[in-house]
Design a protein around this ligand. Structure first.
Ligand code: ATP
Ligand code: MG
Length: 598
């Protein structure tokens, strides 16, 4: 039975998804795909028809062999018919291969294309999209969900036709062979279909349970392992183990329930089939004894009854399969329909002689969430080309938000941000990323070598250039001491490096990009005073010829800024040099006195 029954059972959670709700674009996608790959699809369908015919011919030819040749003693004819049976199965063999292979091909191509499309689309989404959706969900949509969608093509389309064709073919042949015996045979079908359906439903529920328990287990492991420092530091191991073993038992129980149903499946199918066969044998045998039926017809009937079951079992599940695959496809299409909130300009502008790096915030207002208060409102700021501007203010004041807006992770709710007089929204994101580099507050590194991580800034940079920037920011000294030097892998997210080391790598990475505008969001907050001094000394050469916006933590860093702005209540409260602010702003004086400006 194509091995699909048990496998399909392992996936089936959207029992409440109505196929009529399927997104029109989903249907469009499938149809377009069928159109694009019409040839393999038609060959698969053609093979399927041939395979069905050949497999249905078997019992009939057997009947002919018995009634016309064996009973009459025609050995020559018997040889021919035996060869014919062999030949029909030879054709069956070849057709079967092509049918299965090509239908899988069409299905796999479909999900392959869709997966790439989905991935590209997700990558182009704005940051708010990723705040709204969990990474794990996206992952399962790209990887797991789509696997189910392939069944839409194979089970939903090709198998469905195959099943219908087979059942129809058998019904017709049985009717032609002997109508009364055919009626008796059909009589046992509805209860069998009902049993199959019931069992199938129960199994789906059981496997849903299994999957949910497994997900619980996954979440628990992931959370407690990624928080292992906290768990160990606070002595929570015993409690955590308790939770885990409970979840593990739940999982085991769910699995055993599913296993018991699965174990029931095949014996049930067999006994249903045998019930059908016995009925045919009993009634048909009775008719043979009475002389109204030939032996060959009984044998043929037995052969057909056997062939009834696979398509019947499959058809009883087909709606669920379609429902399930449809729900997955629907979710994929939902993502494809998402429009990025930060869009590319249709007519991008850029100054003819390249950007000088003047930054202007013009009455900018912004909120992350319509329902929340504005983080910025009426925010004005103007930074001259080549200037180093520092932003200070209390935690949560909106400093990182200013950076997010300047790098266009979000667009302002009101007002405009301009670079060299051009609205950010009119600059192609490629240009924008080229002229700006950011050292973010929380650094993310890829689990690759240090060299590759720095090179993310400019992939075509040479090894010498990578080392030059590493030296400039002072990362070279610790890298050199690592056993594998620049080839050392940094661990997931950079976990094998210290917080300060990660910042140095991010700084080197940004520097390598040779941006016109450099944005440092507390870029050196975690490095020791010694390294910090070294970076401060290197700052003039790091920032040479660049416009810089830095969010600073330490007084020492602030001193090197040309101007400093204090942010509070969504606006710039005061602007001036360190000296000016010391004289005019009691608040600034206060912050400096506490040596903690953040
Ligand atoms: N993704 C987000 N979604 C919703 N609100 C956010 C988001 N990011 C920040 N906020 C809110 O915006 C406000 C400003 O945050 P922001 O990160 O800009 O502060 P900050 O000045 O950089 O603070 P810190 O000194 O701690 O880095 C905070 O109240 C914060 O809760
Ligand atoms: Mg911040």
């Amino acid at each position: 039975m194509r091995g699909g029954f048990g496998r399909r059972m392992t996936s089936g959670k959207e029992t409440d998804f109505a196929l009529s709700k399927l997104h029109p674009r989903a249907i469009q996608l499938v149809l377009n795909h069928f159109k694009r790959h019409a040839v393999p699809l038609l060959v698969a369908l053609g093979s399927m028809v041939i395979v069905t015919m050949m497999s249905l011919a078997g019992p009939y030819l057997t009947k002919v062999a018995i009634d016309d040749y064996i009973v009459t003693g025609d050995l020559n004819g018997l040889t021919w018919i035996a060869l014919l049976i062999l030949l029909s199965y030879g054709v069956f063999w070849g057709g079967s291969f092509w049918q299965t292979f090509l239908s899988s091909w069409v299905a796999q191509r479909f999900i392959g294309d869709l997966r790439i499309q989905l991935y590209d689309h997700i990558q182009r989404q704005s940051i708010d999209f990723f705040h709204r959706r969990r990474t794990g969900d996206l992952l399962s949509r790209i990887v797991h969900d789509l696997e189910t969608v392939s069944e839409l093509v194979t089970s939903g389309f090709i198998h469905l036709l195959n099943d219908v064709l087979t059942l129809l073919g058998i019904a017709i042949i049985l009717w032609v062979l002997d109508p009364p015996l055919a009626l008796v045979t059909f009589f046992v079908l509805p209860p069998i279909a009902w049993i199959m359906n019931r069992l199938g439903k129960k199994m789906r529920q059981a496997y849903t349970e299994v999957r949910e328990r497994l997900a619980d287990l996954n979440v628990d492991v992931e959370e407690s392992l990624s928080g292992i420092r906290v768990v160990q530091a606070l002595n929570r191991e015993a409690a955590k183990s308790g939770t885990f073993s409970r979840l593990s038992w739940d999982n085991l129980r769910a699995n055993l329930r599913a296993a018991s149903l699965f174990a029931l499946l095949f014996p049930t199918m067999t006994i249903s089939r045998v019930a059908g066969e016995s009925l045919v044998l009993w009634y048909g045998g009775w008719r043979v004894v009475a002389g109204t039926l030939t032996l060959g017809v009984i044998i043929a009937f037995l052969g057909y009854v056997r062939r009834f079951f696979a398509p019947l079992a499959e058809l009883s599940q087909i709606y669920n399969t379609l429902q399930h695959a449809g729900a997955s496809l629907h979710r994929a299409v939902e993502i494809l329909e998402e429009v990025p909130s930060v869009t590319e300009p249709s007519l991008p502008q850029s100054p003819s002689e390249g950007f000088k790096g003047e930054i202007v915030f013009d009455r900018v207002a912004f909120t992350y969430d319509q329902e929340q208060e504005h983080v910025l409102s009426g925010f004005d700021l103007s930074i001259k080309p080549g200037e180093t501007f520092a932003l200070v203010g209390p935690t949560g004041a909106g400093k990182t938000t200013v950076v997010n807006l300047l790098t266009r992770l979000y667009d302002p709710t009101e007002g405009a941000i301009r670079i060299d007089g051009i609205d950010l929204r009119a600059i192609a994101s490629r240009d924008l990323r080229r002229i700006m580099a950011v050292v973010p507050q929380s650094v993310f590194l890829f689990n690759r070598s240090l060299r590759e991580n720095i090179r993310v800034g400019r992939p075509q940079a040479t090894d010498e250039e990578v080392e030059t920037v590493a030296k400039l920011v002072g990362a070279h000294y610790f890298i050199r001491r690592l056993p594998d030097g620049y080839e050392t892998r940094v661990g997931e997210g950079g976990s094998r490096l210290s917080g300060g080391q990660r910042q140095l790598i991010a700084l080197a990475r940004a520097l390598l990009a040779q941006p016109r505008i450099m944005i440092l969001d507390e870029a050196t907050s975690s490095v020791d005073p010694h390294s910090e001094r070294r970076i401060r000394q290197a700052m003039p050469s790091i920032l040479q010829g660049k416009t810089a916006l830095m969010i600073a933590h330490r007084l020492s860093t602030l001193e090197s800024a040309d101007r400093i702005g204090m942010i509070g209540e969504g606006q710039l409260q005061k602007i001036g040099t360190h000296r000016q602010l010391m004289q005019t702003s009691p608040l600034y004086r206060d912050l400096v006195k506490k040596q903690h400006v953040s």
